[in-house]
Design a protein around this ligand. Structure first.
Ligand code: IVH
Length: 665
């Protein structure tokens, strides 16, 4: 077998194994063998770039090239469904359909999956585009990210139409969601409120490698196209399943209203055993001709309705509201209540989110409050039983100053939360910064966690991150419940952190809005802390991915002399404050500050590759042409609107050869 044949064979087999594992839940080879085949494919693909295939199973691993999403107009608008919570409205829907059709009809009942919707386009059996709902007319092109989702086929089998769209829901299974939140909690990162937010947040991630790790799943529930195989929704979905998609087994054709209610009642209980979140039942008139007769309103089809399950709710007494200060200084109000049983657990605390919510509920101490746990892990207060209000206590008000240090509160533009203004001496903030500094993705200091930080702080041994480097084992060992071995391990961990690369040091020092990825970009671009410190807002915003908000935060950080003292002390302690020789991007800044718009089809590289090259050389990809655009990189079939706009604004239009010459220095 030639290497070319081997690549094609491996791709075919891996597609098949993916399907067996992720769609059918019936793997025929073990993980080890699967990984071996995947690695072999990746190795061979690296040797044969000319055989590149956007839909190779190897794209499931993802890439961390970041990109802005392109806006795409939906061929068929993505409508939503009319919602109801009451059984009588389901009856109304049924009777309305009956009256409008004047003939027998079937209703296909199915689960309403609670994730984020997606529209997939296939041409000749291959996935060509995946697009979010957006505003229903236009959505984001998230194809690269979706290609990493194992239950979405990249290559179909069987007798599929040449061209069609299929829609469904991207979900994060409960198990993945819980593990992700546990991990985030440990790293003290904000938790996702529910699997829906986690799924949509993940889908919009700038790195498809992150998407690949998050193990999303997908169920498909709607087929669109000009030549559909059958004339009922249910039958079409059976075909969709046969082509390789994951279609829920819970779909059922009902012939009477009673059957519909039986279905609803059965799944209201049984859904709790499913691996993914559902929030209701969707009823669809099954016959496509009847669907067409019923038609659409401006926003929703008249042939379908969603019946939403009541979130589980309990009623209990509010005893007090406390205010927590997080590591960023954000103040969160927390309701403390009489313990009450709710969806299988005892609940006594609930989040109140922010001041607006407190005011909206008009909460008083002693109120009987409704607590809900609808798909969210942290319960929330959704209302007050006004009839039970009798001789209640004080109205709940938001604190005026920080409950930990007494400093006045501030609000950042565009954010609902209040923050403590005293970031230099407010204890949770000080400890929070140190905890962030030592965390795994930052300096990764072995043997230390939030408890040790707290103990060291209480003992007066550390006040800021630079103090860590003055600690001696003999100091640490004096802490309560601290053994000699643990103390030595901590000191070793601190010592070892002096080798942590500059990009992670930059993340560790905790400049607001400078996350891991941003720190990496900045470290590579500026090469050392001194250059970054000298950078002006204008210099910073020229860097890819750095917007005004981040730039202002960086400049503000270095303008504060207290931060400068800490950075200087860290430098003196021997931390890495520059990139190793040859690893910064200064040689790659050929396109620095230049904005590109890509349009059309190319021969030498794919669009994605051109986008990546632009970023690699310091340029910026933008979606639409404006006065600020420096070049339009145009391939064949450039859109006429773009051509006109570019000509009108005098933006140079270059082809791929000119572009490749620009970076071939
Ligand atoms: S059908 C024109 N079926 O619910 C109707 N939608 O409120 C197209 N959803 O945006 C949608 N499960 O994200 C349909 N079995 C199901 C569904 C479902 C969840 C979501 C979907 C849609 C929203 C409508």
């Amino acid at each position: 077998m030639t290497e070319t044949e081997e690549i094609l064979e491996l791709r075919k087999q891996l597609h098949e194994h993916n399907y067996n594992y992720y769609v059918l839940n019936a793997p025929v080879i073990d993980d080890f063998e699967f990984d071996r085949m995947m690695r072999r494919l990746q190795d061979l693909e690296a040797l044969h770039p000319e055989l590149h295939d956007d839909n190779s199973p190897s794209v499931r691993v993802g890439s961390d090239l970041s990109k802005e999403f392109q806006q795409v107009t939906h061929r068929y608008p993505m409508l939503s469904l009319a919602n109801t919570y009451s059984e009588s409205e389901v009856t109304d829907f049924y009777n309305r359909v009956k009256a409008a059709l004047g003939e027998d009809f079937e209703v296909c009942c199915e689960l309403k999956f609670d994730g984020t919707s997606i529209s997939l386009t296939y041409e000749h059996g291959r996935l060509v585009q995946a697009c979010t709902r957006g505003d229903g007319t236009q959505g984001d092109d998230v194809t690269q990210n979706v290609r990493t989702i194992r239950s979405i086929p990249l290559q179909l089998h069987g007798d599929y139409p040449d061209s069609f769209e299929v829609r469904g829901e991207i979900l994060m299974p409960w198990q993945v969601f819980e593990a992700l939140n546990a991990e985030r909690e440990q790293r003290e990162e904000p938790l996702f409120a529910n699997p829906r937010n986690a799924a949509s947040g993940t889908l919009k991630s700038q790195s498809s490698a992150v998407v690949a790790q998050r193990r999303l799943d997908a169920y498909l529930y709607y087929l669109l196209g000009d030549n559909l195989p059958r004339d009922t929704h249910f039958d079409n979905m059976r075909h969709v399943a046969a082509w390789g998609f994951k279609v829920s087994d819970a779909m059922k054709v009902c012939r009477t209203l009673q059957e519909v209610f039986d279905y609803i009642n059965y799944w209201d209980v049984e859904r709790k055993n499913l691996p993914v979140a559902t929030d209701g039942i969707v009823l669809k008139v099954n016959n496509l001709k009847q669907q067409a007769l019923l038609g659409y309103t401006a926003k929703t089809p008249r042939w379908a309705i969603a019946y939403k399950f009541q979130a589980e709710r309990a009623c209990t007494r509010l005893n007090k509201v406390t205010f927590q200060v997080g590591r960023t200084g954000a103040i969160t109000p927390v309701a403390n209540m009489d313990p009450v049983q709710l969806a299988g657990t005892v609940v006594k605390r609930a989040t109140l989110h922010n001041v607006e919510q407190i005011n909206k509920l008009d909460l008083h101490i002693g109120d009987m409050v409704y607590v809900e746990k609808g798909g969210e892990i942290i319960p929330k207060i959704v209302g007050v039983d006004m009839d039970a209000r009798f001789m209640v206590g004080d109205k709940v008000t938001f604190v005026k100053c920080c409950p930990e240090c007494g400093a006045p509160l501030i609000r950042y533009e565009g954010e609902a939360a209040y923050y403590c203004s005293n970031d230099s001496t407010c204890p949770p903030q000080i400890k929070g910064r140190i905890e962030h500094f030592i965390s795994r993705k930052a300096m990764n200091i072995d043997g230390m966690g939030p408890e040790t930080v707290d103990a060291l702080y209480q003992a007066g041994l550390i006040h800021d991150v630079a103090d860590l480097y003055t600690l001696k084992a003999s100091d640490i060992v004096r802490l309560e419940r601290m053994g000699e071995l643990s103390a030595v391990r901590i000191v070793r961990g601190i010592e070892a952190s002096k080798n942590v690369p500059f990009e992670r040091v930059l993340f560790a020092i905790g400049i607001r809005f400078v996350g891991e990825a941003t720190a990496k970009i900045l470290a590579r671009h500026f090469g050392c802390i001194n250059s970054l410190k000298e950078a002006k807002i204008d210099d910073l915003v020229k860097v890819n991915e750095i917007g005004e908000k981040i730039a202002e935060s960086i400049v503000g950080f270095f303008a504060d002399s207290r931060n400068m003292v800490i950075v200087e002390r860290l430098k003196q302690s021997g931390l890495q404050m520059e990139m190793p020789e040859g690893e910064n991007d200064t040689a790659l800044n050929l396109l620095e500050g230049k904005q590109f718009v890509i349009s059309g089809v190319f021969e030498k590289h794919s669009r994605e590759e051109y986008k990546a090259l632009i970023e690699r050389y310091g340029g910026k990809n933008v979606g639409s042409i404006s006065k600020k655009t420096d070049y339009v990189l145009a391939g064949a079939n450039m859109g006429p609107a773009k051509l006109e706009k570019a000509t009108q604004l005098g933006v140079p239009i270059i082809d791929e050869n000119v572009f490749l010459n620009m970076i071939d220095k």
